[in-house]
Design a protein around this ligand. Structure first.
Ligand code: NZQ
Ligand code: ZN
Length: 391
């Protein structure tokens, strides 16, 4: 196991009615005037925004509203938010929504106290050294942004979708009421479940040895998604299923199950090109990319893929042919994704063969020019993964 440091500043308020605590929690982190940032309108239609603003009124916290964070959130909305925070002299931010609203809010929080173009922070030109206090009210179990150290923003003019990791991305509090997910379309529930699984699997496929504790945590979380996602997909108003998914989504990406090991993350970097190019849901893009990535990299560590097959999907171990066991695991994973309505191919996603070279070229690289850690991929190899999915 690798050495690690792990600090999690996020306070979680989980369960029915917890959105009524938003005001008092903002006050507790020193907020007096908040920017409330939300998405395209689901929070308005469900009445959630009214309940949240009432809670701020009761706590004596003033606010201004900024809707319009879209899936695959854009830099233009971040610039708008930064200008509004400065004009209105807001001293804290409350995100209400899914990963897109939360990520956009994180960018506004950093950008409004940065003396320069906020994109400097996302492009790696400057580090994040300060931010505004930020909390969130989560409405979709998926990205883990409610306590992750990440935020992913798309620069419209270049169509580059870039993630920024910094401890300052972790919200100070996360309000998590599973009832708030009841209005989700089943497709979004499935996209969320796929993203949750991907966050665990990015960590699971590691070259690090002696990581039993985090392996076992990963396997338990994956099995929880496999058990409860089909229930929530069929009936998004099933509280118990949504509650399991919600907490699993948080544990999947706040690094509880990633400490002491190196994750891969190539599938995420590759997927970001799909969602930037076609504006598809991140989870749907992952359903297409991850199984292709697994097939391409199977022989890098057959035993790890076989362990996944046996411990996550209950495949019987073929000791004479572990590769066969490993392949069964990938097939089971594909079948699971299909059973919850996810696309598995370029065609089902609406992606095009002719875009493969451009997308492969744009994938974010490390300093060595490669993507991924479990297996380091160059442009040609990324193209090959896209081509496995292009069937
Ligand atoms: O905008 P509204 O009207 O709210 O509609 C949203 C949106 O259309 C809707 N929705 C959300 N909650 C709802 C609801 N509809 C009805 N009832 C509710 N309770 O769902 C749609 C998708 O929302 P979005 O926030 O885009 O989804 P998600 O949470 O999956 O976020 C995706 C974004 O997060 C990034 C992705 O790349 C993508 O840009 N990621 C962020 C990460 C992080 N910060 O740690 C990690 C992830 O790997 C990911 O890259
Ligand atoms: Zn993700």
């Amino acid at each position: 196991m690798l050495n690690f440091e792990f600090t999690l500043p996020t306070k979680f308020l989980f369960g029915r009615g917890t959105e009524s605590l938003a005001g008092q929690e903002l006050k507790a982190v020193g907020g007096t005037r908040a920017l409330i940032h939300y998405g395209g309108g689901s929070a308005v239609r469900s009445g959630l925004l009214d309940r949240v603003t009432k809670s701020l009124d009761e706590a004596g916290v003033e606010y201004v509203l900024l809707g319009g964070a879209v899936p695959n959130p854009r830099d233009s909305k971040v610039y708008e938010g930064i200008a509004l925070v400065r004009k209105e002299k807001c001293d804290c931010i409350l995100a209400v929504g899914g990963g897109s609203a939360i990520d956009s809010a994180k960018a506004i929080a950093h950008g409004s106290v940065y003396d320069g173009d906020f994109w400097d922070l996302w492009s790696g030109k400057a580090p994040v050294t300060k931010t505004l206090p930020l909390g969130c009210v989560l409405t979709l179990s998926a990205t883990g942004s409610e306590s992750s150290n990440s935020s992913v923003i798309m620069q419209e003019k270049t169509k580059l979708k870039r993630g920024l990791n910094t401890p300052l991305n972790r919200p100070l509090f996360a309000i998590m009421n599973p009832e708030l997910t009841f209005t989700l379309p089943p497709y979004q529930v499935a996209c969320g479940a796929t993203d949750i699984m991907a966050h665990i699997m990015e960590r699971y496929f590691t070259n690090e040895k002696e990581v039993a504790v985090t392996d076992h945590l990963c396997e338990a979380l994956l099995k929880t998604v496999i058990q409860f996602a089909p229930i929530a997909y069929k009936d998004p108003t099933n509280y118990d299923a949504q509650a399991q998914l919600m907490w699993t989504g948080t544990l999947a990406h706040n690094n509880t199950c990633g400490v002491g090991r190196e994750g891969d993350w190539a599938s995420h970097q590759i997927e970001h090109e799909l969602s930037a190019m076609y504006d598809v849901a991140h989870g749907a893009g992952l359903a297409v990319v991850f199984p292709a990535w697994m097939r391409y990299n199977l022989d890098h560590d057959v035993n790890r893929f076989a362990q996944f097959a046996v411990n996550v999907y209950g495949v019987e171990m073929n000791f004479d042919n572990p590769r066969e066991t490993a392949l069964r695991g990938i097939e089971r994973h594909e079948a699971f994704l299909k059973s919850i309505g996810m696309p598995l191919t370029f065609k089902e996603l609406g992606a095009k063969t002719e875009d493969i070279p451009a997308m492969a070229k744009n994938v974010k690289r490390g300093p060595d020019g490669k993507t991924g850690q479990f297996v380091k991929l160059d442009t040609k190899e990324i193209e090959e993964i896209f081509r496995i999915a292009d069937r």
